[in-house]
Unconditional design. Structure first.
Ligand SMILES: *Cc1c(COP(=O)(O)O)cnc(C)c1O
Length: 379
C-alpha cells in the first residue's frame, strides 16, 4: 500500500540532496574536525561551511551558531544556560502554557532548583497576550521564552512584539523555532531575537542534529563539559555528517522558502475547505491567519482521535492526534486544553502537517478516507 505521510511536524523525510551531501562524511571523509591532518581539516571546513548556511537562513553571524544534538538540547541549553548564567540578577522566567515539552519540562526542572516560572495563558487562537506579558514582568525576570510556532496547532506567536518588550525591560528573549525554521521567514536581527532553537529532522535533514543561535555578547553556561568544541560551549566530537546535512537543508530551505510556503499553504487551504464542506460538526483549532503554512488541526465532534488514527493508518495515512510526544499518554493535549477545548473535543483532534512530498491527489484521498471513517465512527 502507498504510504501517504501527513505528519511532517513530527519528523520529515530526509531530502535526497541532503543525504548525498552528508554521505561522504560517513565514508572517506571520516576525520575528526579537531585533527590537523588533511581529512581532519576537510571535516573542519565542512562544519564551518555548514555553520555559514545555517546562519544565513536566520540572518545571524556564523559564530553565533552552536551545533547541538537535537532541538530539545538547544531548548535545554538556551533556558538552563541563560538561567544559570544570570541567576545572580534574578530567578524569574516567563514562558507560555503551550510550549513544547522540551521547554515546559526544562522550566519545571528549574522551578525545583529555586527559579520561578510564569506560564502565560493563550487565547482561543493560541496567542499569548502582550499586555499579559508586560504585566508578568518583574524586577527579577531574566528570561522570556516563547515559541515561534506551535507544533500542534501551528499558531505563529507575535515574535517581533515580544522581542521589543523584552528589550525594553532588558530581558533576554529565547524562541523555540523548531517548527518555524524553513517554513516561514526568520530574521533574528530585525526581529530582535537573542536565542533561537532549531532542529534538523523538522526541515528535511536527519534526526540527531540541532542548532542554537545565541546573539554575540550574551553569556550562557554550557550543559556538556569536556573538550573545547563549539567555542567551549558544547563538548563532544562534532556530528560532522549531521552538521553538513543541516547546512544543506538550511541552504535549500532558504532558496525555496517562498515557493515552499505557497505550495504547503495551497494543500492546507484545500484540505481545510474540503473538510469543512464535507464533514459536519468539525472545528479548526488555532488561528486561520497566524498559522504555519503546512498545519491543519481539526476536532471531530464525538470521534475518538486514537480510533481515527488507527483507521487512517489502515488506509496508509500517517497523521497525529496531537503532538507525537503526547501520544500514548492518553491525557488530552495541554495545547488544546490551553486554547479552551473540552476534553471531548481535545480527544477528537487530528493534526495533519503537510510537506513537500504531498500532492493535491494525496490530500483528496485523505479527505475521502476521513469522510468515511468519521461517519463510521460516529455511527
Ligand atoms: C520537535 C520539536 C522539538 C524537539 O526537537 P528534537 O530535535 O526532536 O529534540 C522542540 N520544539 C518543538 C516546537 C518541536 O516541534
Amino acid at each position: 500500500m502507498k504510504i501517504r505521510y501527513f505528519d511532517n511536524a513530527a519528523t520529515t523525510r530526509i531530502k535526497e540532496e541532503v543525504l548525498e551531501e552528508m554521505l561522504p562524511y560517513l565514508k572517506g571523509q571520516f576525520g575528526n574536525p579537531s585533527s590537523m591532518y588533511t581529512i581532519g581539516r576537510g571535516a573542519r571546513r565542512a562544519v564551518e561551511e555548514a555553520r555559514i548556511k545555517v546562519a544565513k537562513l536566520i540572518n545571524c553571524a556564523p559564530n553565533e551558531i552552536y551545533f547541538t544534538g537535537c532541538g530539545s538540547e538547544s531548548d535545554n541549553t538556551a533556558i538552563k544556560g541563560i538561567a544559570y548564567a544570570n541567576s545572580y540578577r534574578g530567578r524569574h522566567i516567563i514562558t507560555s502554557k503551550i510550549e513544547h515539552p522540551a521547554v515546559l519540562h526544562t522550566c519545571e526542572v528549574l522551578e525545583k532548583q529555586g527559579f520561578q516560572v510564569t506560564y502565560l495563558d493563550v487565547n482561543s487562537d493560541g496567542l499569548i497576550g502582550l499586555e499579559n506579558l508586560r504585566n508578568s514582568i518583574r524586577n527579577d525576570t531574566i528570561l522570556i521564552t516563547i515559541m515561534f510556532a506551535n507544533n500542534e496547532i501551528g499558531t505563529l506567536e507575535p515574535i517581533y512584539e515580544i522581542a521589543k518588550i523584552a528589550k525594553m525591560y532588558n530581558i533576554i528573549f529565547h524562541t523555540d523555532a523548531v517548527q518555524a525554521c524553513g517554513n516561514v521567514p526568520i530574521d533574528v536581527k530585525t526581529m530582535g531575537i537573542d536565542l533561537l532553537s532549531l532542529s534538523g529532522h523538522k526541515l528535511y535533514a536527519p534526526k540527531g542534529i540541532g542548532a542554537l543561535y545565541v546573539r554575540n555578547g550574551i553569556e550562557f553556561e554550557r550543559l556538556i563539559d569536556g573538550g573545547h568544541q563549539e567555542k567551549n560551549k558544547r563538548a563532544g566530537t562534532e556530528n560532522v555528517a549531521g552538521i553538513v546535512a543541516l547546512g544543506k537543508a538550511c541552504e535549500l530551505a532558504m532558496i525555496n522558502l517562498e515557493s515552499h510556503m505557497n505550495y504547503l499553504k495551497n494543500l492546507r487551504d484545500h484540505y481545510i475547505e474540503q473538510v469543512e464542506k464535507r464533514i459536519p460538526n468539525v472545528k479548526l483549532n488555532g488561528s486561520l491567519e497566524r498559522r504555519l503554512p503546512g498545519n491543519a488541526n481539526f476536532s471531530f465532534e464525538g470521534v475518538d482521535g486514537e480510533a481515527l488514527l488507527l483507521n487512517l493508518d489502515a488506509k496508509g495515512i500517517c497523521a497525529s492526534s496531537g503532538s507525537a510526544c503526547s501520544t500514548g499518554s492518553m491525557n488530552p493535549s495541554h495545547v488544546l486544553k490551553a486554547i479552551g477545548l473540552s476534553d471531548m473535543m481535545a480527544e477528537g483532534a487530528l493534526r495533519t502537517t503537510f510537506g513537500e512530498e504531498n500532492t493535491m491527489e494525496d490530500v483528496d484521498y485523505l479527505v475521502e478516507c476521513l469522510e468515511k471513517i468519521v461517519k463510521k465512527l460516529r455511527d
